[in-house]
Design a protein around this ligand. Structure first.
Ligand SMILES: [Zn+2]
Length: 198
């Protein structure tokens, strides 16, 4: 039974015992999608660090459905008139280590809930220095870091990532999408760093 798989485990958000799949009922009720400019998110990185880590490192497939539910609700309430969903691509070695890209996993589930196509239209250029860059240095991310893998057939996009820090990654992907003809790019992330986004 599904119930046996999560009983006795801990909620990655509050650390309490898990009484529902992914995140506990208390957290599901407490967490509400918030909006800041073109971004929907669930809270601060400090508050949601556990959820972000769980999505990346263990049980990601279990925690993503309730997170996707919440984010999809926030996006629906925004009235953004979206046409398609994509995710910030991870580096190939991270995807290989984990077997999946957490942002893509989330993006696919959000797309499904919004009845929109998920399209992997963005690729990431491999650079050695990228791994050594600190947070403040990422703010100067080169425009060519991300590029389009194919022509865009949609104009209004939702871009999904796990965390918003400085917004540099988001802006770099947005530039690539706009370069391909996108007219509007909105974001959905689990957590945003205070001072970074709001
Ligand atoms: Zn909880």
């Amino acid at each position: 039974m599904e119930v046996e798989r999560w009983l006795g485990a801990h909620c990655p958000v509050c650390g309490g015992s898990l009484d529902a799949p992914g995140i506990c009922r208390g957290c599901s009720e407490r967490l509400r999608p918030r909006r800041w400019q073109n971004l929907v998110f669930l809270g601060s990185y400090r508050e949601l660090r556990g959820a972000v880590r769980a999505l990346k490192f263990k049980g990601g497939r279990r925690i993503s459905p309730p997170i996707a539910d919440l984010l999809a609700t926030g996006v629906r309430e925004s009235g953004w008139q979206l046409e398609a969903v994509t995710a910030v691509p991870t580096t190939w070695w991270r995807a290989m280590l984990r077997g999946y890209n957490p942002a893509e996993l989330l993006a696919r589930q959000i797309a499904e809930r919004l009845d929109l196509p998920y399209l992997a239209v963005i690729a990431r250029r491999y650079t050695v220095s990228q791994t050594r860059r600190r947070r403040d240095e990422r703010a100067r991310m080169k425009p060519g870091t991300f590029y389009l893998r194919r022509e865009l057939e949609h104009r209004r996009w939702l871009l999904v990532d796990d965390v918003w820090t400085t917004g540099a990654t988001f802006r770099a992907v947005e530039r690539a999408l706009r370069g391909g003809g996108a007219e509007a790019v909105y974001g959905a992330v689990i957590a945003a760093r205070k001072g970074g986004a709001w």
